[in-house]
Design a protein around this ligand. Sequence first.
Ligand SMILES: Nc1ncnc2c1ncn2[C@@H]1O[C@H](COP(=O)(O)OP(=O)(O)O)[C@@H](O)[C@H]1O
Ligand SMILES: [Mg+2]
Length: 267
Amino acid sequence: MTAEGEALVGGMMNAGAVFRRGALVERPAPRNARALHAHLLALKEHGFDAAPSPVGLTADGREQLTFVPGDVPLPPFPGWAMTGSALASVGSLLRRLHDAGAAVAVDTRAEWPRDLADPEGGTTLCHNDVCPDNVVFRDGRAAALIDFDFAAPGRPLWDIAMTARYWVPMLDPGSAAAALYPAGLEAPARLRILADGYGLPAGDRAELPGVVEQATEVCRAFVARRVADGDPLYLQALAERGGWERWDRVQAWLVDHRETFTAALLN
Ligand SMILES: Nc1ncnc2c1ncn2[C@@H]1O[C@H](COP(=O)(O)OP(=O)(O)O)[C@@H](O)[C@H]1O
Ligand SMILES: [Mg+2]
C-alpha cells in the first residue's frame, strides 16, 4: 500500500499504474475517456452492470472507476478459469455486452482506438481485449469485463473472435504452453463452448474461424508496430514467447485447422 493506494497487477499496457483506493480504481485515462465513460454509463442504463462504473477523471489524466470485487485469472492461468463452464460464462457475458450495446449508439465523433478495432467497422462497441486478466469472476462465472482501453465500434463477431483467441485459446499447443495456459485444452471443443455460451447463430459460426485468422493478423500487426517503436514491454514479451516464428506457427495452425473448427462449431 502506498500513498496512491494498492497497486493492482494483471495487465501489461498500464503495468504499475493501476491503483485501488478502497472502492475506487485509478488508472491512466484513455484518450477517448469521455466518450467511453458516457458509453459505459448508457450501457448501465440499459441493464449492463457487468463493468466498472466510471466515476470521474482527474486533472492529471487519470480515470476513476469502481473496483469490481472477485477473482481475475492471471498467468499461469488456474484450472478453475479454464473449465468449460467458465468459458461458456465468458461467452454469455460478451453477449450481454453486445445486446445492451444494440440500444446505445456509439459516438462516431469520438476517436476510438484503431489498434485492435475491427478493420471492417461496425456499429457495436466491441471490447476487443477480453483476455483472462480483463475478466472478473465470482462463484466460477464471468461477472464483469474490465479495461475497455481498446474498445471500439465493430462487428460483434469480431469481439467473439478476439475473445476466442485468448480464452480458447486459439493457439497451437506449444504456443499455449508458452503463454502459460494449462495443458490439454481442446481448441475445437472449446471454440464451440464459447459460441454456445454466446448463443452465436449458425451463419456467424461458419464465418468465425476466418474472422479469428483476421483478428490474429491484426494482433500481430499491433505487436509489430509496438516493437518497431522500441516498446521494451513488447520487445521482451515477443522474445520470451518465441518471436515471429511463434506468430508464423499460430497462423499456420489456424489455417490447417480451419475445417476442424468449422465442423466443431456447426455439427
Ligand atoms: N475496476 C476494477 N475492478 C477490479 N479489478 C481491477 C479493476 N481494474 C483493474 N483491476 C485489476 O488490475 C489489473 C490491471 O488493470 P487493467 O486496467 O486491466 O490494466 P492494463 O491496462 O495494464 O491491462 C487487472 O488485471 C485486474 O486484476
Ligand atoms: Mg488489462
